[in-house]
Ligand binder design. Sequence first.
Ligand SMILES: NC(=O)c1ccc[n+]([C@@H]2O[C@H](COP(=O)([O-])OP(=O)(O)OC[C@H]3O[C@@H](n4cnc5c(N)ncnc54)[C@H](OP(=O)(O)O)[C@@H]3O)[C@@H](O)[C@H]2O)c1
Length: 200
Amino acid sequence: MTVLSLVKEAYEVKKGDTILVHAAAGGVGLLMGQILKDLGATAIGTASTKEKCDRAKEHGYAHMINYKDIPDWVAEVKKIVPEGVNCVFDSVGKTTWEGSLEAVKRKGSVIYFGNASGPVPPLNISMLAKKNTKIMRATLMQYVVTREEYEHYSNLLFDYLKEGKLTVNIHKVYDMTEVEQAHKDLEGRSTSGKLLIKTS
Ligand SMILES: NC(=O)c1ccc[n+]([C@@H]2O[C@H](COP(=O)([O-])OP(=O)(O)OC[C@H]3O[C@@H](n4cnc5c(N)ncnc54)[C@H](OP(=O)(O)O)[C@@H]3O)[C@@H](O)[C@H]2O)c1
């Protein structure tokens, strides 16, 4: 539902768009790649290992950049799309926010929706005038406030699942006693896909 609200409302993805997604092999990222492909967009992803890049490519990404080995990942994005991307979905925050503004094309959008590396610092709004960039900090919880909104996004999600259009990658099912390890794995960037905690 996070992905669907981002691609439908935060920035309405259109056929032919080129979209950059950070942490593309994560829980949100693997679903985002599949939905972007279904919408007819070209998805470029970033991730920190070759294994993660390979997995993301299996989940809809046309191009993957290892932003740990290639710190100038913006230059890599520009090699693929010299004018910049239509939109960046950035859930990493502190370490990527500035590059995301560089990677977007004139009149493009940067949608921040997470702080995996720390929050985006206060920024000077004038810097957006360089390319007429639109920015936003989005959260699912403000897209599913009413029952109608909740049902709208739930139905969209279940339609995708019923039609067999989404592969959900479960990284690992943890026992309730392993919650600490689950947090360590997530913080250690060793996971790819969803982490589940078994309650009984
Ligand atoms: N706004 C919303 O409504 C909403 C909803 C759901 C989730 N979120 C946010 O979206 C983000 C992704 O969620 P997720 O569940 O799919 O998590 P995830 O992507 O599976 O895990 C976070 C990923 O961020 C990357 N990362 C980059 N720098 C990091 C750092 N310093 N420490 C830890 N991770 C770092 C890692 O991928 P690499 O190793 O490949 O860099 C890591 O695997 C989170 O920030 C979450 O809070 C927001």
